[in-house]
Design a binder for this molecule. Structure first.
Ligand SMILES: [Zn+2]
Length: 569
């Protein structure tokens, strides 16, 4: 890390404001932050003390003394008293609409035991007083809280007697459903598994037990359809509030159907969109499955969703499922000798990527197994060969296991590596995966530093509400590769830690680049929009174990305050 001395930062725009201003007191700029640790997140990793904002634009970056002359009668002055100011966080993968909606339904907090799960469901039933036959939706439960077969309908039938219930697991790859939900969906012992999906069944009777995996989740999709647009909109607003609370000012919404895209547009029209958003469009929304030609019908409409804060030039494509349900595509089979087929044939995917790339779209690819990642890279390579280079911001997200031979290809093909760094420590999912792929492969999971060394552009994302939205938790984990909630513990992956500067780049400048926002946001510089966050401490002067404890005090998007915790005058 190189810290550029303050004296090298010239207050270039100062002069502008005072030429020809005889009358005092001058109006001054809209807002000034003074006496801070201002981290610019530029390529030199420079620092300053003060930032001036006018009409939502950054007009001054430099020392506090020089900034004084920008203060006028209308200027709001904030003395940071040494606190850290940096660009707003950019989250490369966050299901904000869904996450917000889950907060309105029945939500099970992470790491809940079976008894805690039952208690939370009971509380939710009491709080919501569901009408008979009203759909109950929600999620957050975790695979490892239940046996290999997943949860069964029993508990839901007891807590919500007669109600159709669908609760998605934190991964979004399993649905836990009540007997009434199975009945309404017409799922019986005779119903065949859909392609790419599993109806978990009692091995003796063949009766569905209450867990639906991957594409089988779509069989209860009409449950989600039942959620009114009003409720969805309320959920989106809740999600946006959470986003701002964690200092996030831009994110990619992966898997946006027309219905979801319209919600965002409505929010912008109502002046309620308090972040920038890249809508990664998909006609099947967040469902892990392949997409058909209807994708192009949705894409043809995308200008209807475009806005000053909404960019809909992105597409979400799933290549595989997840390792923990053995639905990811591996180069080498799972320990039990099985493997999962990818959602597309290679030739079909090549053609699809060529078309999407040619349309100027960003392809946001979900790929987890090393086999799926290779297929995706092959498709990007095909598109590059056919169409030539561009800056569409292509990326692969999740990247659990990457064959070393494929690692240099990210840089070569200009495909960003979008990691969820909060997963980069030995959490219970890692131990669960160990059963399926063995210790050696598990230690190779999420090779963030190897990808950096291989020349990839690294991007960070939360995958909320799969895991916490707080970028500081993911940043700490990227730096330590240990449980961020405790001070020491086993490490995942030898030498895969990255330094703090790299981890912050993943959430600022690099993410802004793949979001095609780099001329507007991602660093603090004169001429950029004022998307900023104030933290209660300087991340560079605390031990790494403390990073996730830092608090966001203030979030600004486009110069407007969208979150304030207090502690800032
Ligand atoms: Zn996701």
């Amino acid at each position: 890390m190189s810290l550029k001395p303050l004296s090298t930062l010239t207050p270039v725009l100062m002069v502008m404001f005072f030429v020809g201003c005889d009358q005092a007191p001058t109006k001054g700029v809209d807002r000034i932050f003074l006496n801070g640790g201002v981290y610019l997140a530029d390529t030199e990793h420079s620092w300053a003390e003060a930032v001036g904002i006018d009409n939502g634009e950054i007009v001054f970056v430099g020392g506090s003394a020089d900034a004084q002359s920008l203060i006028g009668s209308n200027t709001e002055v904030t003395d940071l008293a040494g606190k850290m100011l940096m660009p707003g966080f950019h989250d490369g993968h966050a299901h904000v609409s869904y996450g917000g909606r889950m907060g309105l339904g029945c939500f099970i907090t992470s790491r809940s035991s079976l008894e805690e799960t039952r208690q939370q469901l009971n509380d939710c039933a009491t709080a919501n007083n569901y009408a008979p036959d009203e759909w109950v939706t929600g999620g957050g439960w975790e695979l490892y809280a239940f046996g290999d077969q997943g949860p069964t309908s029993g508990m839901l039938d007891e807590v919500f007697p007669g109600n159709p219930v669908v609760l998605y697991d934190a991964f979004g790859h399993n649905a836990w459903v009540s007997s009434r939900a199975l009945e309404l969906a017409g799922i019986t012992s005779k119903t065949p598994d859909p392609p790419q999906g599993v109806i978990v069944r009692d091995p003796e009777t063949g009766e569905p037990t209450g867990t639906l995996r991957d594409a089988a989740m779509s069989m209860v999709d009409h449950a989600i359809e039942q959620v009114s647009d009003g409720k969805r909109y309320e959920g989106l607003l809740r999600g946006l509030e959470e986003v701002n609370r964690y200092g996030i000012t831009a994110f990619i919404e992966p898997g946006a159907s027309e219905r979801k895209a319209r919600l965002y547009k409505t929010a912008e029209e109502n002046g309620a969109l308090t972040t920038r958003v890249i809508l990664s469009l998909s006609p099947i929304d967040e469902l892990p499955d392949s997409v058909g030609p209807e994708l192009f019908d949705l894409l043809a409409k995308r200008d209807q969703f475009r806005g000053s804060y909404i960019n809909p030039d992105s597409v979400k494509i799933y290549i595989d499922g997840v390792i923990e349900t053995q639905t990811s595509t591996m180069i080498e089979a799972y320990s039990d000798g099985t493997n999962a087929a990818p959602f597309y044939e290679q030739g079909q995917l090549n053609l699809l990527y060529e078309q999407l790339d040619h349309m100027g779209l960003q392809i946001h690819t979900h790929a987890i197994g090393d086999g799926a990642i290779r297929i995706a890279l092959d498709a990007y390579e095909h598109a590059l060969f056919e169409n030539g280079p561009n800056e569409n911001g292509h990326q692969i997200v999740h990247l659990q296991l990457i064959d070393p031979a494929d690692q240099p290809r990210f840089g070569e093909l200009n495909v960003a590596a979008n990691f969820q760094c909060l997963w980069c420590y030995p959490d219970p999912y890692i131990y669960l995966a160990e059963d399926f792929v063995g210790k050696e492969r598990v230690q190779q999971f999420y090779p963030v530093k190897s990808l950096q060394d291989a020349g990839a552009l690294l991007v960070g994302g939360s995958d909320w509400d799969v895991t916490s939205l707080n970028p500081l938790e993911a940043i700490e984990t990227a730096v330590r590769r240990q449980d961020p909630y405790i001070d020491s513990g086993p490490v995942l992956g030898e030498n895969e830690e990255v330094d703090l500067v790299t981890a912050l780049d993943m959430y600022t400048r690099n993410a802004a680049k793949v979001m095609r926002l780099e001329t507007k946001t991602g660093t603090i510089a004169v001429g950029k929009r004022a998307d900023l966050v104030v933290l209660d401490r300087n991340l560079f002067s605390i031990p790494a174990t403390e990073i996730s404890e830092a608090q966001v005090l203030l979030t600004l998007m486009d110069g407007k305050e969208v979150y304030r915790a207090g502690g800032v005058d």
